[in-house]
Design a protein around this ligand. Structure first.
Ligand code: ZN
Ligand code: ZN
Length: 111
């Protein structure tokens, strides 16, 4: 869900533009998104790692095609028209053992 602030913050996705638009990715954690990145979110799923701040932008069609879990696939199909920006706890960058594959999203989208 998108919300507005009265002050500008740097966009957490591109880390370049300033914006007042934000969304709560996990309770208590706000992520700011500029207009450009919101536009990108129409066609891509955007994940932000809460551990290191790395942003992953992945084409919705490709992501959904690669999901093998039917329940998860259904959840993503339901959300494919929404602008989704999600927080993930850990990503491939901050996972030293590389067990976690960032394309292997296990988290059910919230929309
Ligand atoms: Zn941005
Ligand atoms: Zn990370």
């Amino acid at each position: 869900m998108l919300d507005f602030d009265n002050k500008l913050q740097k966009c957490n996705v591109c880390k370049h533009e300033y914006t007042s638009i934000h969304t709560e990715v996990i309770p208590g954690v706000k992520v700011y998104v500029c207009d450009n990145c919101l536009e990108a979110a129409k066609h891509n799923f955007i994940w932000i790692c809460m551990g290191c701040g790395t942003v992953y932008i992945r084409n919705k069609k490709l992501v959904i095609e690669r999901i093998t879990d039917n329940e998860l696939k259904r959840a993503y199909l339901l959300c494919q028209d929404k602008q989704i920006i999600q927080g993930i706890d850990m990503c491939i960058k901050c996972d030293p053992e590389g067990i976690l594959n960032y394309m292997d999203i296990q988290k059910v989208p919230v929309c």
